[in-house]
Design a protein around this ligand. Structure first.
Ligand code: ATP
Ligand code: MG
Length: 286
C-alpha cells in the first residue's frame, strides 16, 4: 500500500463533500474511487463512503480482495444499531426508538483503511427519498449521513446506488456538490437530469455533470443537444467529459493500475473533475 500523503495545512483543507449519483452502470463507483484516491493524494483527509448495497467501492479503491469481499455494511451491524437507536432491526414497532442517535463514533468504529490514506466506510443503502421507513436501520443510516456531512476538514466522496429513489434530504443535507454521472445515452441522460433536478430542489449548491464513456466527437454533440432539448431549466455548474478507456476495463474492479500512469486519458479527466470540484466556491459561498 502506498504511504498516506502528508495532510494539507489544516487552514487550507476545508474539506469538500461530494455525492456521486446517476443511472446504473454509468461509472459512478469507478469515478468515486478515482476521485477519492486523487483527492487523498493531494493531501486531503478523505473519507469514501459506499451507500450502495452492492458494496463495490472498496474493490474499486484498491482495497485487498479478501477485505472487499467480506465487508459488512453498517445497516447489518444490528448490535450497533440497537446500541444507538435503542431498537433492534426486525423487532417491530419500537415506541422508544431514538430518532437522532449519536453516531459521532461511526467512522472510528467502522472506518477501514484504503490506499493513499483514504478512509472507507461501508454504509449500505438508505431507503426512501425522505429517509424512508422509520425503522432502526434507516434511522441510523440517515443520521450517519448527517454526521458525515458535519465532519470538519474532511473531504467526503459518497458513492450511491443507481437511480434517484434513495436520493433525498438525508443525503443532500451537508453535501456541497453532486456529481451526476451519465453515459452518452438517452436513458442515462434522463436519469442524470432527474438527479440534477432533485439535487437543485434539495438545495445542493454545486451540481456537476460528468459524461462518461465518451468515444467519438459526435457523442459530445449528441449529449449537448439532448440535454439542451430536455433540461427544462436545469443548468449544470460544470461539465466534464470522461473518455471511454480500455484501461479502465483492464484495471477493473480497481482503479489502482490507472493511478500508476498519470497520463491515462480517463484519469486525466477525473483529475480535471477533481480540480473543478476543489475550485468550485459555490459550497463555500452558500
Ligand atoms: N470510462 C470508462 N471506460 C471504459 N470502461 C468504463 C469506464 N467507466 C466505467 N467503466 C466500466 O464500466 C463498468 C461499470 O462501472 P461502475 O461499476 O463504476 O458503474 P456504476 O455506475 O457504479 O454501476 P452500478 O450502478 O452498478 O453501481 C465497470 O466495468 C467499469 O470498469
Ligand atoms: Mg456502483
Amino acid at each position: 500500500m502506498t504511504p498516506a500523503p502528508a495532510p494539507l495545512e489544516p487552514d487550507r483543507d476545508e474539506g469538500i463533500r461530494i455525492v456521486v449519483t446517476g443511472k446504473g452502470g454509468v461509472g459512478k463507483t469507478t469515478i468515486s474511487a478515482a476521485l477519492a484516491r486523487l483527492l487523498a493524494r493531494e493531501g486531503r483527509r478523505t473519507l469514501a463512503v459506499d451507500a450502495d448495497a452492492q458494496l463495490n467501492l472498496a474493490a474499486a479503491l484498491g482495497m485487498p480482495r479478501d477485505v472487499a469481499e467480506t465487508l459488512v455494511p453498517l445497516s447489518h451491524h444490528h448490535d450497533y444499531i440497537a446500541e444507538k437507536t435503542g431498537a433492534r432491526p426486525g423487532d417491530g414497532f419500537a415506541p422508544l426508538m431514538r430518532l437522532n442517535p449519536d453516531v459521532d463514533d461511526v467512522v472510528s468504529r467502522f472506518g477501514q483503511r484504503a490506499p493513499d490514506g483514504v478512509r472507507f466506510l461501508a454504509m449500505g443503502t438508505l431507503s426512501g427519498a425522505g429517509g424512508g421507513c422509520l425503522c432502526p436501520e434507516n434511522t441510523l443510516l440517515a443520521e450517519t449521513v448527517r454526521a458525515i456531512g458535519l465532519r470538519e476538514g474532511e473531504t467526503i466522496v459518497l458513492d450511491t446506488q443507481a437511480g434517484v429513489e434513495h436520493f433525498g434530504r438525508a443525503i443532500a443535507r451537508g453535501f456541497g456538490h453532486a456529481v451526476v454521472v451519465t453515459d452518452p445515452t438517452y436513458s442515462g441522460i434522463g436519469v442524470a437530469l432527474a438527479a440534477a433536478r432533485l439535487a437543485r430542489d434539495l438545495g445542493i449548491p454545486g451540481v456537476h455533470l460528468a459524461v462518461n464513456r465518451v468515444r467519438i466527437p459526435d457523442d459530445r454533440r449528441r449529449v449537448r443537444a439532448d440535454i439542451e432539448a430536455r433540461a427544462d431549466g436545469i443548468v449544470f455548474d460544470s461539465w466534464t467529459w470522461l473518455p471511454y478507456d480500455e484501461a479502465v476495463l483492464a484495471a477493473e474492479p480497481s482503479v489502482e493500475t490507472l493511478l500508476a500512469d498519470p497520463r491515462m486519458p480517463f484519469l486525466v479527466a477525473v483529475r480535471a473533475l477533481a480540480t473543478t470540484l476543489t475550485n468550485d466556491r459555490t459550497e463555500a459561498a452558500s
